[in-house]
Ligand binder design. Structure first.
Ligand SMILES: *Cc1c(COP(=O)(O)O)cnc(C)c1O
Length: 423
């Protein structure tokens, strides 16, 4: 088998250089542990960026994928397939705004990624306005620092210039305002009254630095969207499927969105995305107006069903809430112990960030943690992000934070030495 170096060397001349990649190749995983091509073991605290819901090689997910491969992988959407219909039924049944309410989203469209789920939402909102005889109602309200994906439509919603600079996307159609800022939202809605087809929001800005919406903000947006005649679209690509300790982030405020976008954790590593919408919006995307060749295939939807079923069997959503508290406490402690490195921690459930002090590179910490066998990601330059598999155990969280403690100590030691030498 190839070593890390073999794969990295071949990649250097063959892969498009659009990613900043660590010089290692992962070859296998089990639960929250993964191994690279040279046999080094790591704890996976990024979970494939909020994707590996059940950890690696979970027997129930392996069984579902095997079952699909042995029966039928692909059917087209010219016919039905049972896993996709059962997944639609299961997913929509989970969209209760509050535990005793009826599900609010009753219809599912399947695609293959978060970007595609957002793209479907964008088309839904425009088309809904068009069908109501308001073709000029085309504007979206979205937020600074937001991330909604990388197609031209989803990119225009993404409120971070570094993602769209130089691509010429349709930014005239989007007004971005400060996340959590009620006055700014009201002003933007008033400035283009009658033009908005949708407000698009993340319950926690994930890529933007693990920033939860201030309490009450989603409720406010629900009210203002209705008043403005616009849809409320909640981007749950990162927050959905149990990540925050609830099935969906919107449930934290008990609101009723018009549509949500899902992907990342839904397939536990098998690519699958979804848009869920309210009953009244069914029919907006009539036959011929939207679709996907791969979307809803039995492989992806069978995998997603196994993920949801296993989450229920193992009571994972409840577990995320308690594990999230444990991780929060461990991160708070390590931040307090190294005040020159960390400013603090924030997040919900198992979507958490350690905030670096200005001047300390999150990427330096990332590498120092990786050297000590812990895989993490960076969000918005300044935040070290934790999105572990939802099956992670207390002992694994403790082991990971011990490694971060050691990594922070090494960075402090280097900084002290530099200061002493230059002083
Ligand atoms: C990751 C992400 C997306 C894009 O998903 P892809 O599967 O990478 O296309 C969209 N919105 C949010 C909130 C995300 O975190």
């Amino acid at each position: 088998m190839s070593s890390n170096l073999d794969t990295v060397a071949l990649a250097a001349t063959t892969l498009l250089s659009n990613y900043r990649q660590a010089p290692l190749a992962l070859v296998r995983g089990k639960g929250c542990e993964v191994w690279d091509a040279d046999g080094k073991r790591y704890l996976d605290l990024y979970g494939g960026i909020a994707v590996s819901t059940l950890g690696h090689a979970h027997p129930k997910l392996v069984a579902a994928i095997t079952e699909a491969a042995q029966s039928i992988l692909h059917t087209t959407n010219l016919v039905y397939n049972e896993p996709s219909v059962r997944l639609a039924h299961k997913l929509t049944s989970l969209t209760k705004p509050t535990p005793n309410a009826a599900p609010v989203l009753t219809r599912a469209f399947f695609c293959n990624s978060g970007t595609e789920a957002l793209e479907a939402c964008v088309k839904l909102a425009r088309r809904a306005a068009f069908l109501k005889g308001e073709p000029t109602r085309r504007r979206f309200l979205a937020f600074d620092n937001a991330f909604h994906g990388r197609s031209m439509g989803a990119l225009a919603l993404t409120g971070t210039p570094k993602y769209w600079e130089g691509f010429g996307c349709d930014l005239q159609a989007v007004t971005h305002v400060r996340y959590g800022d009620e006055a700014a939202v009201r002003a933007a809605l008033a400035a283009h009254s009658g033009e908005y087809c949708a407000i698009v929001v993340e319950p926690v800005q994930g890529e933007g630095g693990v920033l939860p919406a201030p309490q009450g903000f989603l409720k406010l947006l629900r009210t203002l969207a209705t008043e403005a005649g616009a849809l409320l679209i909640v981007d749950e690509v990162q927050t959905g499927i149990g990540r925050t300790g609830l099935w969906f982030g919107f449930q934290r405020e008990g609101i009723e969105p018009d549509a949500i976008a899902l992907a990342k954790g839904l397939g536990g590593g098998v690519p699958v995305g979804a848009m869920l919408v309210r009953e009244e919006l069914n029919g907006v995307l009539s036959p011929g107006t939207h679709g996907s060749t791969f979307g809803g295939n039995p492989l992806a939807t069978g995998a997603a069903l196994a993920v949801l079923q296993t989450m229920e069997d193992e009571r994972l959503v409840e577990q995320v809430a308690t594990m999230g508290e444990t991780l929060s406490r461990l991160l708070r402690d390590v931040a307090r112990k190294h005040p020159s490195v960390f400013e603090g921690e924030r997040g919900l459930g198992l979507l958490r960030g350690l905030i670096m002090r200005p001047g300390v590179e999150a990427r330096t910490m990332l590498v120092a943690a990786r050297d000590r066998g812990v895989l993490l990601s960076v969000a918005s330059e300044r935040v070290l992000r934790f999105t572990p598999p939802l099956v992670i155990k207390t002992s694994e969280l403790e082991e990971a934070v011990r490694a971060i403690d050691a990594a922070a100590a090494s960075i402090t030691a280097v900084a002290t030495e530099i200061t002493q030498r230059s002083g």
